[in-house]
Design a protein. Structure first.
Length: 625
């Protein structure tokens, strides 16, 4: 065992070191579903951008992902297929004329779409994309008045109560809805035959009606002429978008928000040749990466995230902070610490910037997870280098201020927790409209503060966080993880976080978690969880083991066990075996973005998490047999 563990650790270290870029970063593909590929094809085709080479490459990946039954999936074990993905792929292939409409593959796709309720049953974002291209009627969306942007922060519901992710997408969508913009060109394919319900609008829930009624009451209280308010709201939305365009031309660094911003600008009268639109398209093209199925447009890059995680895992495995690999990586991370005041400052105006974001082009949208990851990576150098120490102090100070009132930590901004906003009329509103505390982010923050900042459960803020975690544990002992798949991820983060701040291994909550992890171990010794868990909000086994989920479960169990036991050793054997093979389990998405719509295969995960877990095993147990 000792020799195999040492060999695996050395191999992983060497592999990662070879992949480092000259600037000190690691640039792995942030692989999502085909939504971004399809929408890029549609965008270029609708604007008449003559880039046949890129469109051809993207079409190739889209076609490679089609199932024999004619559908497209978000993850391999998704039953039959995914309606929204299939609608997006079908429209993209039709728009770019990659296939004739009578091609058997298109016929199969049409049959699948109709058999599953047609466009009407697709995700809201899919329908917004189609509406902007004249394939879905704007009147079928439940009306959200754009004047929402004008409501003061003192009102019971206002624009700034929404999460940052929701705001940047809502703004262009409300512009498009207000203007009822349709970009229909001579080459725009007509797929309205896929509307099963030809004229029926979406039926809102009672909660949604109540929310919109509240918003309208607030607007009426502004006491201005309706036309003035509408024009002012349009101006505010326009200004909001322009203020959040990154240096590279993307809107908030995301493909999805930039895509809808471009259409919103066209709706406001911009020409397709406007420099803002040209630069945005150029930036989206640069988000391309390579997957096994072909070229792929990422929703964003994951450069900061990957670099921070790898830098920490290498040091944890014994690579000195004086090693050139670490020096270059730390320099890159320090250079990308955010010094701009972003939207987060509206909640905590008295704290200076100091966080890190997810992607290299993100300069105004830091998040808790990337900040703790970067802080872990620079901790060793912070002890001896003033520049690192200053950055570390600023980052830690910023991190403390991000804690929610309930004791947990959110992703981007504190206290965006008004449950009423979960009724906003868009699919997945409960996941994106607010930014509540989550077990994974709370646990990961505790793990950093405990291990790298020396904070314990005696600290009042830490005590509150521990109590939040204990109060949100599932009955069987797991925790739901928002940004990973899913209960394994959340449980790992919660367990290792509480252990880091001094919660004893025999704590009742931790013992329940331990027994749950043991109970779901696969026969081969590993662990694997389906993306369905994210949708059904309960643990759904994958029936196969994946490297990252096996590493997470093992890491949690190692933190709870003074000695290696049969469960842990069997898991280590499984993990070592997984490192030596490459099949669909190596590429299964274990990252989460939007439940039921957006899942992520991090190309870096099959190296990072096994290295971290193996090094924890070696350090704690010092195996000699």
């Amino acid at each position: 065992m000792k020799r195999r563990l040492q060999s695996a650790q050395s191999t992983l270290i060497g592999h990662l070191q070879k992949l480092q870029k000259d600037d000190g970063s690691w640039n792995f593909c942030f692989e999502n579903s085909l939504m971004t590929d399809a929408n890029m094809i549609i965008l270029l085709s609708s604007l008449g951008v003559n880039d046949k080479e890129l469109i051809g490459r993207l079409n190739s990946r889209v076609l490679n992902l089609q199932t024999e039954e004619g559908a497209w999936k978000l993850f391999s074990d998704e039953k039959d297929g995914n309606l929204s993905a299939t609608v997006e792929a079908y429209f993209a292939l039709a728009y770019s004329k990659a296939l004739d409409m009578n091609d058997p593959r298109m016929i199969k796709a049409r049959r699948f779409i109709k058999n599953n309720g047609g466009i009407d049953n697709a995700h809201s974002l899919t329908k917004f994309m189609l509406a902007a291209n004249g394939q879905y009627d704007w009147d079928r969306f439940f009306p959200v008045p754009i004047e929402l942007l004008l409501l003061p922060k003192s009102f019971i519901v206002n624009f700034w109560d929404f999460s940052g992710h929701a705001r940047v997408h809502m703004t262009p969508l409300m512009i498009l809805k207000n203007r009822k913009y349709k970009r229909i060109k001579r080459n725009t394919p007509n797929i309205r035959d896929l509307l099963v319900r030809q004229s029926t609008a979406d039926v809102p829930t009672i909660e949604t009606r109540s929310l919109i009624s509240t918003i309208k009451q607030g607007i009426q209280s502004l006491y201005q002429l309706p036309q003035y308010l509408e024009n002012e709201a349009i101006h505010t939305a326009h200004h909001y978008m322009l203020q959040r365009i990154e240096k590279d031309g993307t809107y908030y660094s995301y493909f999805s928000s930039t895509f809808f911003m471009i259409y919103a600008l066209l709706a406001l009268g911009y020409k397709k040749t406007d420099p803002i639109i040209i630069k945005a398209i150029s930036a989206l093209k640069k988000m391309i990466c390579q997957t096994e199925e072909g070229s792929h447009i990422q929703n964003s890059t994951s450069t900061i995230w990957d670099t921070a995680l790898i830098t920490h895992s290498l040091q944890n495995a014994g690579v000195s902070y004086k090693d050139e690999t670490i020096k270059k990586a730390v320099h890159f991370l320090l250079k990308n610490q955010q010094m701009r005041y972003g939207d987060w400052a509206m909640e905590v105006p008295k704290i200076a910037p100091g966080g890190w974001g997810f992607s290299h082009n993100n300069t105004m949208n830091p998040d808790v997870d990337d900040t703790t990851a970067a802080l872990r990576a620079i901790t060793s150098t912070a002890a001896s280098e003033p520049t690192s120490r200053h950055a570390w102090n600023k980052g830690v100070e910023w991190l403390w201020k991000m804690q929610n009132r309930d004791g947990g930590w959110p992703a981007f901004e504190p206290n965006k927790t008004k449950e009423i906003l979960s009724s906003f009329p868009i699919d997945g509103a409960e996941a994106v409209s607010i930014d509540p505390s989550t077990a994974d982010l709370t646990g990961r923050t505790l793990e950093f503060l405990g291990k790298k900042a020396g904070v314990t459960g005696d600290h009042p803020s830490i005590s509150r966080a521990i109590q939040w975690l204990k109060g949100h544990q599932e009955e069987e002992g797991s925790w739901y993880g928002r940004w990973g798949i899913c209960y394994i991820y959340g449980t790992w983060a919660a367990v290792t976080g509480m252990r880091a701040v001094g919660v004893p291994a025999n704590d009742k909550s931790l013992q329940k978690a331990k027994q749950w992890l043991i109970s779901i171990q696969n026969r081969d010794g590993g662990w694997g969880e389906s993306c369905y868990s994210d949708q059904k909000k309960k643990y759904i086994p994958l029936q196969h083991s994946t490297p990252s989920q096996t590493a997470w479960a093992l890491d949690a169990l190692i933190s709870l066990s003074d000695k290696p036991n049969h469960v842990i050793n069997k898991g280590i054997e499984s993990l070592l075996g997984q490192l030596e093979k490459k099949d669909w389990t190596s590429t299964y998405p274990t990252g989460a973005g939007l439940p039921g719509n957006f899942y992520i295969h991090y190309h870096s995960y099959r190296w990072i998490w096994p290295l971290l877990t193996i090094s924890h095993y070696n350090a704690k147990y010092k195996p000699n047999t």
